[in-house]
Design a protein around this ligand. Structure first.
Ligand code: HEM
Ligand code: HEM
Length: 179
């Protein structure tokens, strides 16, 4: 077997696992430990900002330009998945690319509404509290879909994508793969 190829750079990997941890802590701390909840939420917001910046300046597979594809490409890829003939992507696949954008936007929206709710201007405003909670549940639905997608894609291409997000390395691109 050929040597594994470096795909995810260190900032992508660090930011990913730190973000998953911060969102997890914010979710489980909840109202019962509000100071922990708010701190973890602010950390998540800072991590999203860092990942956003890295998406323009980072390594090849970290860039939005590499993995955010046009709707037509995403649609064709989804059809190929349904027909069991989608190509393997070394970076994020076209569906996964939009999931990255959706996850980052969702964390930003949950964190921002949480922060707004703590301001004097909005404190106790029921609709904002409801919005914060609803967005948080939406984020959890996306995370569930995200993990399902990771497991599904890993099975399809017989590789462990979670290990790849830890080590940064993946099986090198074959002739039919998209790099
Ligand atoms: C709150 C929880 C999570 C959030 C917000 C989150 C968010 C993200 C984001 C933004 C990316 C894109 C990475 C990048 O390019 O920077 C990503 C990728 C990835 N995540 Fe998560 N993630 C979460 C939980 C998890 C969990 C629990 C797992 C383990 C099963 C996981 C496994 C992965 C993998 C394997 C990738 C790479 C996908 C690929 O190969 O294209 N994530 N995640
Ligand atoms: C990714 C980050 C976040 C997630 C997933 C999240 C999620 C949630 C959830 C699920 C609740 C309801 C908790 C419960 O019923 O026990 C909640 C409540 C709350 N969150 Fe967040 N949150 C996040 C970030 C933030 C931030 C950054 C702040 C403010 C700095 C914040 C402030 C609050 C406050 C004040 C409440 C209590 C609202 C009330 O009085 O009922 N959250 N959050």
């Amino acid at each position: 077997m050929r040597e594994a190829q470096k795909v995810w750079d260190a900032p992508v990997r660090l930011l990913h696992w730190a973000l998953a941890a911060a969102v997890g802590i914010a979710w489980f701390a909840g109202e019962g430990a509000l100071s922990v909840h708010e701190m973890a939420g602010y950390v998540a917001l800072a991590l999203v900002a860092a990942r956003w910046a890295w998406g323009w300046r980072g390594g090849r597979f970290a860039r939005f330009g590499q993995f955010v594809r046009a709707p037509g490409v995403v649609g064709r890829y989804a059809l190929d998945v349904a027909r069991h003939r989608e190509q393997r992507h070394l970076g994020h696949n076209p569906l996964g690319g939009w999931m990255v954008v959706a996850l980052l936007a969702a964390v930003a929206a949950v964190g921002t509404t949480g922060w707004l709710y703590t301001l004097d201007r909005f404190w106790g405003v029921a609709w904002l509290e409801a919005l914060h909670r609803t967005l948080a549940w939406g984020l959890m639905a996306l995370v569930a879909l995200h993990v399902a997608g990771v497991v599904f894609t890993g099975r399809r291409h017989r590789e462990n994508l979670v290990t790849a997000m830890l080590t940064g390395r993946k099986r090198p691109a074959g002739e039919d793969d998209v790099v």
